[in-house]
Design a binder for this molecule. Structure first.
Ligand code: ATP
Ligand code: MG
Length: 394
């Protein structure tokens, strides 16, 4: 039995002249997502991408699972390739291919799409004949055109005739790589993996930056971040993670800066260092998991002070979301359970008892100047650890 996967583009359809570029990128991303599952032919025609497995040992369930997380796909479905592009072949194939489903339902209807206009039968005839063949094979069924249990789709395309059941909703969004590059500041918490997912969905290719302060933070805390990024990479594709050694800087903040400004200064230094890494990696923006008012460092004034530390745009896709809304997404992308594992983050080291919720930029800058972080930033940048994140290995 020859089965393939048919994919319908998402928002790509809106992109006019760039369409070709978007579709090429989408096909590349699909190829990347399934390359370890076997050999495939991937081609596109008439707003549809075809994935044809080139060996019988490939499990299409696995392929569908991967495809369901590729951004830029509105819907996809498995489809049977009829042995011949004739009406007879369709009539023979439909009841056999869909037998398991047809056995267990009560009503159906047939929809036909004839993009090959040379095919000698028109859509209404194809529907009528296919419906007849199905009713003959499964006499318990009834046709219901308004609310059927199953829509049987027959598609007569340039490459052949296909039979399929209903389509599955895709991940939506736009293909990763068409929206530029940005660096996600990733902690081990709930929020930043969700922020990463949301920007990847808008086509952004990610680079990850994590700040670690050993021995205050443990290697296991860093491993937790790697684990989270692997989950994110199932959507965003492979990425590079930079771990910044942050201990000396954090100890200096603690020893030389006013306590109520610890957090805001730490966040500004994170931004400054991230910008330097971003520039090297050709990233045009930073991404954080901040949400307005969630904690003292995320008040409107604190965020203003944080932003002043970088000239790059800072994307905060969670800024207007409630915690529960963020958690719902973290369940959906399967990061929640990992995020709540109890490992320390550098943000939880040296937290002040009374952080300033209305920090004044002038005083923050003054405190930073007096502590002279410049040489420490250079040292941290010289000692970055690089980890390659690949979601296909565990
Ligand atoms: P999260 O759940 O993402 O940790 P949070 O609500 O705990 O967020 P903070 O700890 O104040 O908030 O961090 C705000 C943002 O700063 C995070 O979403 C993340 O983007 C960034 N951040 C925090 N800690 C780190 C870290 N150790 N390395 C890199 N980025 C970090
Ligand atoms: Mg945190």
């Amino acid at each position: 039995m020859k089965e393939i996967i048919l994919i319908k583009d998402g928002e790509i359809a809106l992109k006019g002249l760039n369409r070709r570029q978007f579709e090429d990128r989408l096909m590349k991303n699909i190829r990347g997502a399934i390359k370890d599952l076997g050999d495939f032919e991937i081609k596109s025609a008439q707003s549809t991408i075809y994935i044809t497995p080139l060996s019988d040992s490939i499990d299409l369930d696995d392929v569908c699972d991967r495809v369901s997380r590729v951004f830029g796909i509105a819907a996809f479905s498995r489809a049977y390739v009829c042995p011949e592009k004739t009406l007879e072949s369709v009539l023979e194939s439909a009841p056999v291919y869909l037998a398991e489903t047809l056995k267990n339902i009560k009503t159906f209807k047939v929809e036909a799409k004839r993009s090959d206009k040379k095919f000698p039968y028109k859509s209404p005839e194809i529907c009528r004949e296919t419906g007849g063949a199905i009713l003959k094979a499964f006499p318990h069924l009834k046709v219901d055109v308004h609310n059927p249990d199953l829509v049987v789709n027959v598609e007569i395309r340039d490459f052949g005739a296909y039979v399929r059941g209903g389509a599955i909703r895709g991940a939506g969004g736009i293909p990763v790589g068409t929206g530029g590059n940005a660096a996600i500041l990733i902690s081990g918490g709930i929020d930043s993996p969700v922020a990463a997912y949301m920007m990847a969905k808008r086509g952004v290719r990610l680079t990850a930056i994590h700040f670690a302060s050993p021995p205050y933070t443990s290697p296991r805390a860093e491993q937790k971040v790697v684990k989270l990024l692997k989950k994110v990479a199932r959507y965003s594709g492979d990425m590079t993670m930079y771990t910044v050694p942050f201990t000396e800087i954090q100890e200096t903040i603690k020893n030389k800066c006013p306590e109520e400004l610890f957090t805001i200064i730490m966040r500004r230094l994170m931004m400054e260092i991230s910008q330097r890494i971003a520039e090297k990696r050709d990233c045009s923006a930073l991404i954080t998991g901040e949400s307005l008012g969630q904690v003292a460092s995320q008040t409107i004034h604190a965020i203003g002070c944080t932003d002043a530390a970088t000239t790059l745009p800072v994307f905060r896709p969670l800024i207007g979301m409630d915690k529960q809304e963020i958690i719902d997404i973290s369940y959906k992308i399967d990061t929640f359970k990992t995020s709540i594992e109890p490992y320390e983050d550098c943000c939880t080291v040296f937290t002040p008892k009374h952080p300033r919720t209305r920090p004044v930029l002038k005083y923050v800058e003054q405190a930073q100047e007096e502590a002279n972080f410049g040489p420490m930033i250079e040292t941290a940048l010289e000692n970055l650890k690089v980890t390659f994140i690949n979601p296909r290995e565990d």
